[in-house]
Every structure is written in C-alpha cells, then in structure tokens.
Design a protein around this ligand. Structure first.
Ligand code: AMP
Length: 637
C-alpha cells in the first residue's frame, strides 16, 4: 500500500501523472489530450479535449452491473414516505425529466434553477440537467423570496423547477408563494416553471408559465434521451454562496474535473464501495448535497439516501431521536455524512438510542461544515465506536481540503483537527499582512491554496472572472494564492486546526451566511438607521447571528415595548427576505455603533464583546461609549 505522504507528494509534484491516473475512475466518451492547463493562472482547466457526462457516470454506467440494485432511497419522516429507485428506475425517471425540460425549451448551456425540498424529484432534475448539458443552479429551499430573487436575476434561468411545498418538523412550508413573490421581485422571468405537486399546499398556477410535473411526465413516460457528451471544461452547475458583500457568488464548476474529483474522493476519503449505501444528512441546496448526496455516491455505484425531516422525528411524525440510526440499520449504511450541529442535537437524546440499533454496517461517520468540538466528537465516537472523520472544505472546493484519507492509508484523527491536506491541495499558512509563509508549528495564519487548484475546485464565479480573481486570489500582498478566509494553525505532525473565518461570514448550524446580507435586509426596515450583525458562539448551533440596530428615532431605544415590537418586525423581515436560517437570535437597540475614526465598523470588537472576550486593540476606536452600550445590551441577552 502507498503511504499517504507519497500519494500526496505525487499529487503536488507530478499533478499530470497523478490526475491522469485518477481520471481512470470514470468513463470518458473521448479521452482528454491535456491533463492540466494552467497557462492563465489562477484559472485552471482540467482534462481538456476530453468529453464525459456526470449523468452517464452516475446512472447509465452502472446498468451493466447493478441495474436492479438500489440507487436512490428517498425517505421523508415529514410525510412518512419511503421509496427506493433502482439504477434502472432512476434512469427512467431522469429521462422523463430530461424530456420534459427539453419540451419546455431547455437546451445545452441553459440554466435551470431548482428550488425544491428534499424529494427524489430534485435529484431527478439535477441529473436530467447533467444529462442534457443544462446548467443547474440549486437554491436552498430554506431561503425566502429576497434571496431567491437575487439568485434568479444572477442565473437567468430558462426554467425553474419547484414544488408546492416542503415540510419541517411537521410544519408545511409552501414554496410556490415564495417562488411567486421572488418572481415578482426579480427582473428576469423564466419561460416556464415546472412544479411537483406533493399535495401539501394549494398551488395557484400561472397559465402559460406553470406546468405540473405529472402532466409533462405523462407525455414523456417512455422517453429515451441519450446523454449529451460534454467537454470536460463545460459548466455543470453553479451554486450560490455568501461572502463579504451582500451580493451572493455563483460558484461555477466544470464537468470532467468534478466527476474525477468525486470518484477519487469516494475511493480515497469516504471509502465507499459499489453496491453499498451512503447516507448524507445534508440538503441538496448545499454543496455537500451536490457532491455527497447526489453525484459522489452514485458515481461510486452506491445507493444514496435522501432524507427529508428532522434528526429527531420518526416516520410516524412523532419524536424519535433514533430515526437516523434506524435507517443505518435498515439500509446497512456503510458511510454516513453529517454536521456537528446535528450530532449536538442528537447528544441531547437518550444515549440508549445508539445501542438500540444494529449499526455494525457503519465503517465511519464523516462530519463537516463547521468546527467539530471535542466533547461532541468524543460523545459520538464512543457511542458509535467507528472513526469520526472531520473534514474541512468549502462550497468553492467541492470536496474536502483537509481530512484523513483512510482509503489510501489509515491514519489516526486528532480531536479538534480536520486532518491533513488532501491530495491536489497545496495548502499553506500565510501571515495575514506580510504574506510570509508560516512554517513553524503553532503559528496562526490564513489558510491559503497555491495554484493550480485541483479538479473539482470552482472554475470561477459565474459571470464574474474579475470578481473571482479579486475576491479570492488578491487578498495576500504580493502573492497570487487562493484565500479560504479561514484562520488556521498546523501542529508538528502536519495536522491543521481551523480557528474561524477571517471575514464577515458566519456559520449557523453549518449554514454559511454573510452578515452583510442580513444587514442589508434589516436596513430595509423603515425605522432602521444603521445595523451591525456579528456571529456569536452558541453551544448548539456553533454560531448565531446577533444584530445591533441604531434606530432613526433614538428615543425608541429606551422604550421597551417599542423595542420588543421592532425586534419582532426585524426578525420577520429577515425571515421574508432571506429565510428563517438567517434570522438573528437577538436584535438589540443602541444609539451608536463602535467604529474606527475612519468610520469602519469594529465587527471583531463587537463579536468579542458578545462572546465575553477581550475586545482587543481599540486604539483606532472613535467612540468608546458605543462599545460599552453593546456590552450592556449583551448583558441583558
Ligand atoms: P460552506 O462553503 O458553506 O461549506 O462553508 C465553508 C466554511 O465552513 C469554511 O470556510 C469554514 O469556515 C467552515 N468549515 C467547513 N468545514 C469545517 C470543518 N470541518 N472545521 C471547521 N470549519 C469548517
């Protein structure tokens, strides 16, 4: 067996040979003639000249060996439904969907925006886009009209695929009115909207624009839609993520590089084997859902579980903290992927639940999306008695940057550390202001990547090449490196520890949110003069958003009834604009915000005060009383 150190070295020193060998893990319609083109840094093209298809590799390719094996298992504890599609059945569904999209005018290169709950149809839609060469843009179903509208305007989709409703904790969330409102707000209008009707909420259809899934599928019941072979560098999808500005960034990914990266990660990192079952508890609206609910497991020939519902709710809708473990037992899940927040929720359940089910099929639990704290890691590790594998990555990277590649060489995990750099990632720690490389163990720096970034990594920002370069590659003086915007340290064994973001992005229950987006929404309230949103540490969710608001009418700040009313109104506003995920945990009213003399908001100081830490160097602060007000207000939280 190769040592991981050699494996990693080859990926960095001889990337062409390394990735050409990984590329054999997928089917190519036409072989590539160049592995890595890095002639125009930081842009990189992988497998130029090659043609392939994500859909072929995820579905068609497996028909020869496993046509009748499970491919997609759609489970909803919200509706009490459970349905398995074999690879053969999945192909039928994907072709129906592909034919329906084509009938609505979708052609290669067109965008299809998918705004859906966690139902099988969402996966059919994604795979159908990949099949016909359309670019899918999945928007998280928890986002509300304002967020959706800005994404519609950026993606300019020809068709939007949606549903009547989702459901969370037994509460129906009607999607169609949110979509209609978003389309009222957006300048761009799609030619058609395709709707799955789960009969959870009434839907008013717009004549000529809205089509029912069932009607179109009936017309294309036996459709045969061959896979469109795409250039390796063709765009497969865009997915929006938050940054320091209010405007969301469309992370754009290719086809061939992504397929190779996923196939390789399924083998080397997730150790997933064809014929087995993979269970990721994420949502298709996030990158984990793209990579490790839909494409990764299917490319590996595994069955993948798509789960709608809470981790604490049984199939009968009643509380059941053992639901996920019961699914592991029932479907003989070998690899499971979740987030620390979900484990912290489960930690509050009866520990006997972990012993109640036969979990012997499980080889490892992978956790990502936010820092994994030691008590949570220990609790779940002792409960499951399998390796708990933390993995650090981003929407931008598409697959893990730091973790342990047990499929290459078994290595111990260290509590608090996601692990070591994955093959293909040339990870460095740099001094924030000098750009100097930090090589001594324990030195804190910004985690950056030296180009070329590996296959599967974002190609660019959709319609924003300049923004891509400016945002990610020009933050460290004198060096063109990709900034992750995370602080990190490395120990003497080369294990990294992630210490939080360097920018204004916060992470609430594994959901990445830009504080600026929340501030923009709050600023829209007619009584708000100024606002600062910061992330505050939270035992369950990792972080929660705290909003400090200066009102136009300062007198109201002292009026507790008015403050209560305004807090409710502001929260409601964020719910409507962005969705409940972005709602601040508290809104507190102050008469001034702490700023530097040049007028820059002292976010880090506000955050430190919220968390009861030292506010740091305040020599540039303009008005010390403003920070004191925050301190006083936090004391009342
Ligand atoms: P997202 O793009 O939504 O996946 O968010 C990516 C960000 O989440 C990273 O830049 C980190 O700040 C954080 N993150 C993701 N995974 C981890 C992890 N395993 N440990 C610590 N932070 C993480």
């Amino acid at each position: 067996m190769t040592s991981y150190a050699d494996f990693y070295r080859q990926s960095i020193d001889q990337p062409d040979a390394f990735w050409a060998s990984q590329a054999k893990l997928i089917d190519w319609h036409r072989p590539f003639d160049r592995v890595c083109n890095y002639d125009n840094p930081p842009f990189v093209s992988w497998f130029e000249g090659g043609q392939t298809s994500l859909c072929h590799n995820a579905v068609d390719r497996h028909l020869a060996d496993r046509a009748d094996q499970a491919a997609l298992i759609a489970i909803s504890s919200e509706t009490g439904t459970e349905k398995t599609y074999t690879f053969k059945e999945l192909l039928v569904e994907v072709q129906r969907m592909a034919a329906s999209l084509k009938a609505l005018g979708v052609a290669k290169g067109d965008r299809v925006l998918i705004y859906m709950p966690m139902i099988a149809e969402a996966a059919f839609a994604m795979l159908a886009c990949a099949r016909i060469g359309a670019i899918h843009c999945v928007v998280f179903g928890g986002f509300a009209s304002g967020s959706l509208a800005s994404r519609i305007d950026d993606a300019t989709p020809k068709v939007i695929v949606s549903a009547d409703a989702g459901s969370r904790g037994g509460k129906v969330v009607a999607y169609k009115p949110l979509l209609d409102e978003a389309l009222r707000l957006s300048s761009h209008q799609p030619e058609a909207v395709l709707l799955a009707d789960r009969k959870l909420a009434p839907m008013a259809l717009v004549a000529g624009r809205d089509h029912l899934w069932t009607d179109l599928h009936e017309q294309h019941c036996d459709a045969q839609v061959p896979c469109e072979w795409l250039d390796s560098t063709a765009i497969s999808y865009t997915i929006y993520t938050s940054g320091t500005t209010g405007k969301p960034k469309g992370v754009q990914r290719d086809t061939g590089g992504y397929a190779v990266a996923l196939a390789a990660s399924m083998k080397h990192i997730f150790d997933g084997r064809a014929g087995e079952t993979y269970f990721s508890t994420s949502d298709i609206g996030w990158v984990v859902g793209h990579s490790y609910i839909v494409y990764g497991p299917l490319i590996a020939g595994m069955a993948t579980i798509m789960y709608e519902g809470l981790p604490t709710q049984g199939m009968d809708g009643r509380p059941n903290g053992g639901i996920w473990w019961s699914l592991v037992e029932k479907y003989r899940v070998t690899a499971m992927f979740s987030a620390p927040t979900a484990v912290r929720v489960l930690k509050k359940q009866d520990p006997a639940l972990l012993k109640k089910y036969d979990l012997s099929s499980l080889r490892a639990l992978f956790l990502a999306g936010e820092p994994l704290d030691e008590p949570t890691a220990r609790w779940i590790s002792e409960g499951l008695n399998v390796p708990i594998i933390d993995n650090y990555w981003q929407t931008e990277s598409g697959w893990p940057i730091l973790t342990i590649a047990n499929g290459v060489e078994k290595k111990p995990s260290k509590f608090g550390s996601p692990g070591v750099p994955m093959y293909g990632y040339n990870v460095k720690l740099l001094h924030e202001s000098t750009g100097e490389e930090l090589t001594r163990p324990g030195e804190k720096g910004v985690v950056v990547l030296e180009g070329p970034t590996p296959p599967g990594f974002m190609q660019t920002i959709w319609k924003g090449d300049d923004r891509f370069v400016e945002t990610y590659w020009k933050t460290v003086p004198g060096r063109m490196v990709y900034s992750t915007f995370d602080w990190g340290i490395r120990d003497a064994d080369g294990y990294y520890f992630i210490l939080g973001r360097t920018d204004d992005v916060i992470n609430v229950a594994g959901h990445r949110l830009g504080t600026r987006e929340i501030e923009e929404s709050i600023s829209g309230h007619p009584q708000v003069a100024e606002v600062a949103v910061v992330g505050m540490a939270d035992a369950l969710k990792g972080q929660v958003a705290m909003a400090f608001v200066v009102l136009k009418d300062a007198a109201l700040t002292q009026d507790s009834a008015a403050s209560l009313r305004l807090e409710g109104e502001i929260m409601k506003r964020v719910d409507t604009d962005l969705g409940a995920v972005a709602r601040p945990a508290r809104v507190r009213f102050v008469t001034a915000l702490p700023k530097t003399r040049s007028g820059k908001l002292l976010r880090r100081a506000i955050q430190a005060v919220c968390e009861g830490r030292d506010a740091g160097d305040l020599t540039t602060m303009d008005d010390p009383a403003a920070l004191q007000q925050i301190r006083d207000r936090v004391a009342t939280v």
